[in-house]
Design a protein around this ligand. Structure first.
Ligand code: PEP
Ligand code: MN
Length: 338
């Protein structure tokens, strides 16, 4: 950590900073520059509350050079994390395709979707039983009943299930059914929920918040990992920018950049970024091209009847033709890019 002093900071002010740093149990190393003093604080500064120093006289700013994440850091663990869910490996040598409706709407709907996803070659079924909606008056999901329908869809199709936990209260219920627990974009910085997910025996897919930096995404993953759960999958689902021609701007560059920062598997959600079904498939292809470990795509047997996100849901025919169009080579990850 670096403490940058003002140009006109007095000797006394500098001495005071050195004293306080030592009192806090760290070793300060003063570096007098041509115009100002910079104090380097060495040691394990992760737990050092920088506001203690920021408030001292003569201090211009405190710069943290260490990262807010450790367990997620590729420097700490250079080997890619591979997560096994049933027979499916996420982050391994083959990309995974997760598909299904935004929300579970009835037993028939989710079973029909599951059988179609399976038949088209999908690996994992998605479907929200608890839905985080922008308006409190919108359909909030079938809750516990939706989870029962998901279990039946898993039994009928053999596909593992990913479904979202929206709060701590419903977490236990969700993790009992889910093969992967999804934490949605709106909850990316819900730290108590992240900690609860960290105590879960189930893998967690963490979606990037709509205005989150990659540093914040990795720090959020660290909340889960620091509680013990190392099975975290990161999902880029689009962020808010000045663009209003799509629902969110899919940050494709986040994949190669994250690849250099973390060993965690990376998934692209083209559906929530696109907002409209015609745009989903080009973005899905782009997601594969930039090296994601998989895709999560919304597919509905009858999108016109969907209670949530119908406009961006692919029909089964569209999903089938997409799956038919990608060849085995495109599904293999390039080991060199990992
Ligand atoms: C979803 O996957 O249906 C969802 C609500 O996604 P997000 O949290 O990315 O908005
Ligand atoms: Mn959705």
């Amino acid at each position: 950590m670096l403490v940058v002093m003002y140009k006109n900071a007095t000797e006394e002010q500098i001495e005071r900073v050195l004293e306080i740093v030592e009192e806090l149990g760290y070793k300060p190393i003063p570096n007098p520059g041509a115009s100002r003093m910079v104090i380097n604080i060495t040691g394990d500064v992760d737990l050092l509350d920088s506001s203690r120093i920021e408030g001292l006289g003569g201090v211009m700013k405190v710069i943290r050079v260490t990262k807010p994440y450790r367990l997620a850091d590729i420097e700490v663990k250079p080997d890619p994390t591979v997560i096994e869910v049933g027979d499916v490996e996420i982050g391994g040598s083959r990309r995974v395709i997760i598909a299904g409706p935004c929300s579970v709407e009835s037993l028939d709907q989710i079973v029909e979707a599951a059988l179609a996803v399976k038949e088209c070659g999908g690996d994992i079924l998605r479907g929200g039983a608890f839905k985080p909606r922008t308006s409190p008056y919108s359909f909030q999901g079938l809750g516990g009943e939706g989870l029962k329908h998901l279990k039946e869809a898993r039994r009928r199709s053999g596909l593992p299930i990913i479904t979202e936990a929206v709060d701590i209260e419903s977490f236990e219920l969700v993790e009992a059914t889910a093969d992967i627990v999804q934490i949605g974009a709106r909850n990316m910085q819900n730290y108590s929920l992240l900690k609860r997910a960290g105590r879960s025996p189930k893998p967690v897919m963490l979606k990037r918040g709509i205005s989150a930096t990659l540093n914040e995404l990795l720090a959020a993953a660290e909340y889960i990992m620091s509680e013990g759960n190392q099975e975290v999958i990161l999902c880029e689902r689009g962020i808010r920018t000045q663009n209003n021609h799509v629902r969110f701007t899919l940050d494709l560059a986040s994949i190669p950049v994250l690849r250099g920062l973390t060993h965690l598997p990376l998934i692209i959600d083209p559906s929530h970024a696109a907002g409209k079904r015609d745009i989903v498939i080009p973005l899905a292809r782009a997601g594969l091209a930039v090296g994601a470990d998989g895709l999560i795509i919304e597919v509905h047997p009858r999108p016109d009847e969907a209670l949530v996100d119908g406009a961006q849901s692919l029909t089964i025919e569209m999903f089938r033709s997409f799956m038919d169009s990608i060849n085995e080579d495109q599904l293999l990850t390039d080991a060199r890019s990992k």
